[in-house]
Design a binder for this molecule. Structure first.
Ligand SMILES: [Cu+2]
Length: 353
């Protein structure tokens, strides 16, 4: 009898543990980046977005492990939910896709055999999305030139999942060091955490007056032989599907004058290196290892030094920074609830393939 009870208790505890740690990552918000590198205007949201503030919210309503279909069932069509409108942006606009690292960056030892950059994020774009889109028809098939696969779309940008700054507040050494290096006032959106971001530019020729589709594909494989339970390694890919309402004409003049303001408040700032890539004339953006990123207990990667972009990074007096403007869409009713949902969760190993 006693054995039976403790077995039941064990199962209950096990199920609670898995419920608590099921958070992976997905795009939470899209935001336009002003020419000074500051987030500006009302944010937009993915298709079928579930708001963290809603009573029946669960991470499961947004996480999606893609195997066959590229998009989650709630993100198959260009449909927004109440209070989660699309981002409005002009052709060529720099935008940030923001996501929470949920321990994938700051607790790297939760899963064995994961890449040091915490995986690579690929963002694909198309004016011609289709319901039932297959992962295998898009990922590593569409290319920069738009000549890959069925040619309906392009690879817009790739970046490391770890943007070099973001952290969830937890007791791990990476989180602690980033909390010290990248301090910011807790806000209603992120709480005390600092969200990750992927900065990219919409195509300058995206047709105005139409939605433009973005597929965020986080490729986070397990290497062969690193985990005794997974001798062959495994594919692990999470996606978010979203659309942006492209409006107005290209902001060519403003973008040509773009200049990132150094040391601006982190709650609303693009990642300097990514912003420089977008604004630089050195072609399409790609991942760039951040030499400032240190992974305790790991050998440092042999990386080539990123090309410098002198004209973009020259310092300007910090007094020229405009006061932060309120962010209309970011109004949130329950600060307490948000703090709770962004509490350290880690990341549960997903089921074997
Ligand atoms: Cu995860």
């Amino acid at each position: 009898m006693r054995g039976f009870i403790s077995k039941g208790l064990q199962l209950l505890l096990l199920s609670l543990t898995f419920t608590d740690t099921s958070a992976h990552s997905w795009v939470e918000q899209l935001t336009v980046i002003a020419p000074n590198g500051t987030f500006v205007g009302a944010p937009g949201y993915p298709r079928g977005n579930a708001l963290r503030t809603s009573a029946d919210y669960s991470d499961k309503s947004m996480t999606y492990l893609a195997t066959d279909k590229l998009c989650k069932d709630t993100q198959q069509t260009q449909t927004q939910t109440a209070k989660s409108p699309r981002l409005q942006a002009s052709p060529g606009a720099p935008i940030a896709l923001r996501y929470q690292e949920n321990g994938h960056v700051t607790l790297p030892d939760t899963q064995k055999g994961k890449p040091q950059n915490r995986g690579t994020v690929y963002v694909y774009g198309t004016t011609n999305p289709k319901e039932g889109e297959k992962l295998a028809d898009v990922h590593k098939v569409w290319n920069r030139d738009g000549t890959g696969g069925d040619k309906r779309g392009v690879l817009l940008s790739t970046q490391n999942f770890d943007d070099g700054r973001c952290y969830q507040v937890n007791g791990g050494p990476i989180s602690k060091s980033r909390q010290a290096q990248f301090p910011h006032p807790a806000d209603q959106l992120m709480g005390a955490d600092l969200w990750c971001q992927h900065d990219l530019a919409l195509p300058a020729n995206a047709p105005s007056g139409k939605p433009y589709t973005l597929y965020w594909v986080w490729d986070w494989p397990t290497a062969r032989g690193a985990d005794p339970g997974l001798p062959d390694g495994k594919q692990e890919i999470y996606t978010t599907c979203m659309d942006v309402d492209v409006t107005g004409g290209p902001q060519t003049k403003q973008l040509a004058a773009a200049k990132y303001i150094p040391d601006q408040p982190l709650n609303n700032a693009a990642i300097p290196a990514q912003f420089a890539q977008i604004m630089g004339s050195s072609g399409p953006s790609g991942p760039r290892p951040n030499p400032a990123v240190r992974y305790p207990g790991r050998t440092s990667p042999s990386v080539s030094k990123p090309p410098s972009s002198p004209s973009r990074s020259s310092p300007v007096p910090s007094k020229s920074f405009p006061p932060p403007s309120p962010r209309p869409g970011a109004t949130v009713t329950s600060f307490v609830t948000l703090i709770r949902t962004v509490a350290p969760t880690g990341c549960a190993p997903s089921a074997a393939p």
